[in-house]
Design a protein around this ligand. Structure first.
Ligand code: ZN
Length: 341
Protein backbone atom coordinates (compact mmCIF):
# COMPACT_ATOMS: atom_id res chain seq x y z
CA UNK A 1 0.00 0.00 0.00
CA UNK A 2 1.22 3.50 -0.69
CA UNK A 3 2.68 5.34 2.23
CA UNK A 4 1.80 8.93 3.04
CA UNK A 5 4.45 11.54 2.18
CA UNK A 6 7.30 11.50 4.62
CA UNK A 7 8.31 14.02 7.17
CA UNK A 8 9.93 17.23 6.08
CA UNK A 9 13.60 17.82 6.55
CA UNK A 10 13.98 21.41 7.60
CA UNK A 11 17.71 21.52 7.85
CA UNK A 12 18.48 21.21 4.17
CA UNK A 13 15.23 22.27 2.59
CA UNK A 14 14.45 18.84 1.22
CA UNK A 15 11.00 17.43 1.72
CA UNK A 16 12.25 14.11 2.97
CA UNK A 17 15.49 12.44 3.76
CA UNK A 18 14.96 8.77 4.08
CA UNK A 19 16.90 5.57 4.03
CA UNK A 20 15.55 2.24 2.99
CA UNK A 21 16.68 -1.32 3.22
CA UNK A 22 16.49 -3.58 0.24
CA UNK A 23 14.43 -6.71 0.41
CA UNK A 24 10.86 -7.88 0.31
CA UNK A 25 7.99 -7.80 2.78
CA UNK A 26 6.14 -4.79 4.05
CA UNK A 27 6.90 -3.31 7.42
CA UNK A 28 4.23 -1.81 9.61
CA UNK A 29 4.13 1.98 10.00
CA UNK A 30 6.52 3.57 12.50
CA UNK A 31 5.45 3.35 16.11
CA UNK A 32 3.98 6.38 17.80
CA UNK A 33 5.98 8.68 20.02
CA UNK A 34 7.01 7.66 23.50
CA UNK A 35 9.35 9.56 25.72
CA UNK A 36 12.00 8.66 26.56
CA UNK A 37 12.58 6.22 23.70
CA UNK A 38 14.25 2.92 24.62
CA UNK A 39 17.26 1.94 22.49
CA UNK A 40 16.35 0.75 18.99
CA UNK A 41 17.57 -2.79 19.65
CA UNK A 42 15.43 -3.03 22.78
CA UNK A 43 12.40 -1.90 20.84
CA UNK A 44 13.11 -4.34 18.03
CA UNK A 45 13.54 -7.18 20.49
CA UNK A 46 10.11 -6.34 21.92
CA UNK A 47 8.55 -5.95 18.51
CA UNK A 48 10.49 -7.99 15.92
CA UNK A 49 7.70 -7.71 13.34
CA UNK A 50 8.59 -4.03 12.93
CA UNK A 51 11.39 -5.03 10.56
CA UNK A 52 9.10 -6.82 8.13
CA UNK A 53 9.58 -10.55 7.51
CA UNK A 54 12.14 -10.37 4.70
CA UNK A 55 14.45 -7.90 6.42
CA UNK A 56 14.12 -9.73 9.74
CA UNK A 57 15.11 -12.99 8.02
CA UNK A 58 17.98 -11.48 6.00
CA UNK A 59 19.53 -9.60 8.93
CA UNK A 60 18.75 -11.97 11.79
CA UNK A 61 16.22 -9.66 13.39
CA UNK A 62 18.56 -6.68 13.58
CA UNK A 63 18.19 -3.28 11.97
CA UNK A 64 20.74 -3.41 9.14
CA UNK A 65 21.55 0.28 9.03
CA UNK A 66 21.85 3.43 11.11
CA UNK A 67 20.96 6.86 9.84
CA UNK A 68 23.06 9.49 11.51
CA UNK A 69 20.57 12.16 12.27
CA UNK A 70 18.17 12.73 15.08
CA UNK A 71 14.50 13.40 14.59
CA UNK A 72 12.15 14.74 17.15
CA UNK A 73 8.45 14.56 16.71
CA UNK A 74 8.08 18.06 15.41
CA UNK A 75 9.82 16.51 12.42
CA UNK A 76 13.08 18.32 13.00
CA UNK A 77 16.01 16.56 11.47
CA UNK A 78 19.57 17.22 12.48
CA UNK A 79 22.38 16.24 10.26
CA UNK A 80 25.93 15.50 11.26
CA UNK A 81 27.57 18.88 11.59
CA UNK A 82 31.33 18.89 11.53
CA UNK A 83 32.57 21.96 13.36
CA UNK A 84 35.91 20.35 14.15
CA UNK A 85 37.62 17.59 12.13
CA UNK A 86 36.48 14.16 13.20
CA UNK A 87 39.52 11.91 13.65
CA UNK A 88 41.54 10.04 11.06
CA UNK A 89 39.81 6.70 11.15
CA UNK A 90 38.87 3.52 9.33
CA UNK A 91 36.22 0.87 9.88
CA UNK A 92 37.15 -2.81 9.89
CA UNK A 93 35.75 -5.37 7.49
CA UNK A 94 33.62 -8.13 8.97
CA UNK A 95 36.48 -10.55 9.59
CA UNK A 96 38.58 -7.97 11.39
CA UNK A 97 35.56 -6.64 13.29
CA UNK A 98 34.89 -10.13 14.64
CA UNK A 99 38.51 -10.50 15.68
CA UNK A 100 38.74 -7.07 17.32
CA UNK A 101 35.46 -7.58 19.15
CA UNK A 102 36.59 -10.97 20.45
CA UNK A 103 39.94 -9.60 21.60
CA UNK A 104 38.90 -6.18 22.90
CA UNK A 105 35.15 -6.02 23.42
CA UNK A 106 35.38 -2.90 25.58
CA UNK A 107 36.84 -0.92 22.67
CA UNK A 108 35.26 -2.68 19.71
CA UNK A 109 31.76 -3.27 20.97
CA UNK A 110 30.24 -5.29 18.16
CA UNK A 111 31.37 -7.77 15.53
CA UNK A 112 29.93 -6.01 12.49
CA UNK A 113 31.52 -4.04 9.67
CA UNK A 114 30.56 -0.39 9.18
CA UNK A 115 30.48 0.67 5.54
CA UNK A 116 29.14 4.21 5.44
CA UNK A 117 27.93 6.85 3.04
CA UNK A 118 28.09 10.61 3.60
CA UNK A 119 25.78 12.83 1.57
CA UNK A 120 26.70 16.51 1.70
CA UNK A 121 24.00 18.90 2.84
CA UNK A 122 26.30 21.94 2.72
CA UNK A 123 29.76 22.34 1.17
CA UNK A 124 31.53 19.42 2.78
CA UNK A 125 35.24 18.65 3.17
CA UNK A 126 36.86 15.34 3.97
CA UNK A 127 40.06 13.38 3.68
CA UNK A 128 39.65 10.03 2.02
CA UNK A 129 42.13 7.36 0.92
CA UNK A 130 45.76 7.84 -0.02
CA UNK A 131 46.77 10.33 -2.67
CA UNK A 132 48.30 9.08 -5.92
CA UNK A 133 51.98 8.13 -5.99
CA UNK A 134 53.08 11.32 -7.78
CA UNK A 135 51.39 13.49 -5.15
CA UNK A 136 53.00 11.43 -2.39
CA UNK A 137 56.42 11.84 -3.99
CA UNK A 138 55.78 15.54 -4.13
CA UNK A 139 55.06 15.56 -0.37
CA UNK A 140 58.32 13.74 0.36
CA UNK A 141 60.19 16.18 -1.89
CA UNK A 142 58.66 19.40 -0.64
CA UNK A 143 57.75 18.71 2.99
CA UNK A 144 60.98 17.79 4.76
CA UNK A 145 59.13 17.58 8.08
CA UNK A 146 57.24 14.52 6.80
CA UNK A 147 60.25 13.02 5.04
CA UNK A 148 62.26 13.39 8.24
CA UNK A 149 59.80 11.32 10.27
CA UNK A 150 59.48 8.66 7.60
CA UNK A 151 63.25 8.31 7.43
CA UNK A 152 65.64 8.02 4.47
CA UNK A 153 65.12 4.36 3.74
CA UNK A 154 61.33 4.46 3.43
CA UNK A 155 61.31 7.88 1.81
CA UNK A 156 63.77 6.63 -0.84
CA UNK A 157 61.68 3.54 -1.48
CA UNK A 158 58.60 5.63 -2.02
CA UNK A 159 60.48 8.08 -4.24
CA UNK A 160 61.79 5.37 -6.54
CA UNK A 161 58.72 3.17 -6.75
CA UNK A 162 56.99 3.26 -10.09
CA UNK A 163 53.34 2.51 -10.56
CA UNK A 164 54.07 0.00 -13.28
CA UNK A 165 56.09 -2.01 -10.76
CA UNK A 166 52.70 -3.26 -9.73
CA UNK A 167 50.31 -2.40 -6.91
CA UNK A 168 52.13 -4.46 -4.33
CA UNK A 169 55.37 -2.48 -4.60
CA UNK A 170 53.54 0.77 -4.09
CA UNK A 171 51.40 -0.71 -1.35
CA UNK A 172 54.27 -2.09 0.71
CA UNK A 173 56.33 1.11 0.37
CA UNK A 174 53.37 3.24 1.32
CA UNK A 175 52.41 1.01 4.24
CA UNK A 176 55.91 1.07 5.63
CA UNK A 177 56.26 4.85 5.24
CA UNK A 178 52.84 5.54 6.73
CA UNK A 179 53.53 3.31 9.73
CA UNK A 180 56.83 5.13 10.35
CA UNK A 181 55.07 8.46 10.34
CA UNK A 182 52.20 7.35 12.56
CA UNK A 183 54.42 5.64 15.12
CA UNK A 184 57.03 8.40 15.39
CA UNK A 185 57.64 9.55 18.96
CA UNK A 186 55.46 12.29 20.45
CA UNK A 187 58.47 14.59 20.73
CA UNK A 188 59.53 14.07 17.11
CA UNK A 189 55.98 14.65 15.86
CA UNK A 190 55.58 17.75 17.96
CA UNK A 191 58.86 19.17 16.67
CA UNK A 192 57.99 18.36 13.04
CA UNK A 193 54.51 19.90 13.27
CA UNK A 194 55.85 23.08 14.85
CA UNK A 195 58.60 23.35 12.25
CA UNK A 196 56.08 22.88 9.43
CA UNK A 197 53.76 25.47 10.95
CA UNK A 198 56.58 28.01 11.26
CA UNK A 199 57.81 27.37 7.74
CA UNK A 200 54.36 27.66 6.16
CA UNK A 201 53.59 30.83 8.09
CA UNK A 202 56.86 32.33 6.83
CA UNK A 203 56.28 31.20 3.26
CA UNK A 204 52.71 32.52 3.26
CA UNK A 205 54.23 36.02 3.30
CA UNK A 206 55.91 35.50 -0.06
CA UNK A 207 53.68 33.01 -1.87
CA UNK A 208 50.14 31.70 -1.88
CA UNK A 209 49.85 28.48 0.05
CA UNK A 210 48.21 25.46 -1.56
CA UNK A 211 44.83 24.25 -0.31
CA UNK A 212 46.51 21.33 1.44
CA UNK A 213 48.98 23.67 3.15
CA UNK A 214 46.12 25.88 4.30
CA UNK A 215 44.42 22.74 5.58
CA UNK A 216 47.54 21.74 7.53
CA UNK A 217 47.61 25.13 9.28
CA UNK A 218 43.94 24.90 10.08
CA UNK A 219 44.28 21.36 11.47
CA UNK A 220 47.27 22.44 13.55
CA UNK A 221 45.22 25.20 15.16
CA UNK A 222 42.63 22.63 16.22
CA UNK A 223 44.94 19.72 17.03
CA UNK A 224 48.35 21.20 17.90
CA UNK A 225 51.28 18.80 17.68
CA UNK A 226 49.06 15.98 16.38
CA UNK A 227 50.50 13.50 13.89
CA UNK A 228 47.24 13.79 11.94
CA UNK A 229 48.31 17.28 10.84
CA UNK A 230 51.18 15.67 8.90
CA UNK A 231 49.26 12.57 7.82
CA UNK A 232 46.63 14.79 6.18
CA UNK A 233 49.17 15.56 3.46
CA UNK A 234 49.14 11.93 2.35
CA UNK A 235 45.38 11.67 1.80
CA UNK A 236 43.04 12.83 -0.94
CA UNK A 237 41.37 16.12 -0.11
CA UNK A 238 37.73 15.69 -1.11
CA UNK A 239 35.30 18.57 -1.55
CA UNK A 240 31.61 17.82 -1.95
CA UNK A 241 28.84 20.19 -2.98
CA UNK A 242 25.33 19.73 -1.55
CA UNK A 243 23.80 16.53 -2.92
CA UNK A 244 27.15 14.89 -3.64
CA UNK A 245 28.16 11.83 -1.67
CA UNK A 246 31.01 9.43 -1.03
CA UNK A 247 30.86 5.82 -0.01
CA UNK A 248 33.47 4.67 2.49
CA UNK A 249 34.18 0.95 2.36
CA UNK A 250 36.03 -1.18 4.89
CA UNK A 251 39.64 -0.38 5.78
CA UNK A 252 39.75 2.97 3.98
CA UNK A 253 41.23 5.90 5.93
CA UNK A 254 39.07 9.00 6.15
CA UNK A 255 38.37 12.07 8.24
CA UNK A 256 35.46 14.46 8.00
CA UNK A 257 36.80 18.00 8.13
CA UNK A 258 33.97 20.49 7.85
CA UNK A 259 30.40 21.01 6.71
CA UNK A 260 27.19 19.12 7.23
CA UNK A 261 26.24 15.74 5.90
CA UNK A 262 23.69 13.00 6.24
CA UNK A 263 25.37 9.77 7.08
CA UNK A 264 24.04 6.26 6.64
CA UNK A 265 25.94 3.18 7.74
CA UNK A 266 25.67 -0.47 8.65
CA UNK A 267 24.74 -1.08 12.27
CA UNK A 268 28.07 -0.92 14.02
CA UNK A 269 30.14 1.29 16.27
CA UNK A 270 33.53 -0.01 15.19
CA UNK A 271 35.93 2.87 14.61
CA UNK A 272 39.72 2.52 14.57
CA UNK A 273 41.23 5.96 15.17
CA UNK A 274 44.79 7.18 14.78
CA UNK A 275 44.94 10.95 14.67
CA UNK A 276 43.14 14.30 15.07
CA UNK A 277 41.26 13.06 18.11
CA UNK A 278 41.35 13.15 21.88
CA UNK A 279 39.80 9.66 21.85
CA UNK A 280 41.60 6.34 22.11
CA UNK A 281 44.03 5.69 19.23
CA UNK A 282 44.81 2.26 17.92
CA UNK A 283 47.62 3.15 15.55
CA UNK A 284 48.96 -0.36 15.13
CA UNK A 285 45.58 -1.77 14.08
CA UNK A 286 44.92 1.15 11.75
CA UNK A 287 48.29 0.84 10.01
CA UNK A 288 47.90 -2.89 9.51
CA UNK A 289 44.25 -2.88 8.36
CA UNK A 290 44.29 -0.26 5.59
CA UNK A 291 43.96 -1.24 1.92
CA UNK A 292 46.59 1.37 0.86
CA UNK A 293 44.68 1.77 -2.39
CA UNK A 294 45.41 5.07 -4.09
CA UNK A 295 42.14 5.98 -5.69
CA UNK A 296 40.33 9.27 -5.60
CA UNK A 297 36.82 8.39 -4.37
CA UNK A 298 33.95 8.28 -6.82
CA UNK A 299 31.65 11.24 -6.22
CA UNK A 300 28.09 9.92 -6.12
CA UNK A 301 25.28 12.19 -7.26
CA UNK A 302 22.36 9.80 -6.98
CA UNK A 303 20.14 8.43 -9.72
CA UNK A 304 16.69 9.94 -10.36
CA UNK A 305 13.99 7.43 -9.42
CA UNK A 306 10.90 9.69 -9.56
CA UNK A 307 10.36 13.43 -9.80
CA UNK A 308 12.45 15.26 -7.18
CA UNK A 309 13.86 12.01 -5.77
CA UNK A 310 17.40 10.76 -6.23
CA UNK A 311 18.65 7.42 -5.00
CA UNK A 312 22.14 6.75 -3.65
CA UNK A 313 22.96 3.08 -3.82
CA UNK A 314 26.22 1.96 -2.24
CA UNK A 315 27.92 -1.37 -3.03
CA UNK A 316 26.68 -2.91 0.21
CA UNK A 317 23.41 -4.67 1.00
CA UNK A 318 22.51 -2.93 4.23
CA UNK A 319 21.04 0.33 2.98
CA UNK A 320 20.39 2.82 0.25
CA UNK A 321 19.29 6.41 0.60
CA UNK A 322 16.53 8.31 -1.21
CA UNK A 323 16.79 12.07 -1.11
CA UNK A 324 13.83 14.23 -2.11
CA UNK A 325 14.31 17.92 -2.85
CA UNK A 326 10.83 19.30 -3.14
CA UNK A 327 10.09 22.81 -4.45
CA UNK A 328 7.41 24.78 -2.58
CA UNK A 329 3.89 23.73 -3.52
CA UNK A 330 4.89 20.40 -5.08
CA UNK A 331 3.93 16.99 -3.72
CA UNK A 332 5.73 13.69 -3.86
CA UNK A 333 4.20 10.41 -2.80
CA UNK A 334 6.93 7.95 -1.97
CA UNK A 335 6.11 4.34 -2.85
CA UNK A 336 5.93 1.79 -0.05
CA UNK A 337 9.27 0.56 1.16
CA UNK A 338 9.58 -3.14 1.98
CA UNK A 339 11.27 -2.81 5.33
CA UNK A 340 12.27 -0.19 7.87
CA UNK A 341 12.77 3.25 6.41
ZN1 ZN B 1 33.82 6.85 9.43
Amino acid sequence: RPRPPRRSCRCCGCAAACSSTRGAGAAPPPSSRASPEPPTRTRLARRPAALGPAVAARWAGDLPFLFKLTCDFSARVQVLSVAKPLSIQAHPDKGLAELLHAMRPATYRDANHKPEMAIAVTEFRALFGFAGIEELKDVIRTVPEVGGLIGHEDADKLMTVKEYHGGNDVKSSLQSAFAKLMTASKEAVSEAVNKLKGRLNDESKIRTLTEKEELVLSLERQYPEDVGVLAALLFNYVKLSPGEAIYIGANEPHAYLSGECIECMATSDNVVRAGLTPKYRDVQTLCSMLTYKQIFPEILRGVPVQPYVRRYTPPTDEFEVDCCLLPPGEVVVMPPVPGPS
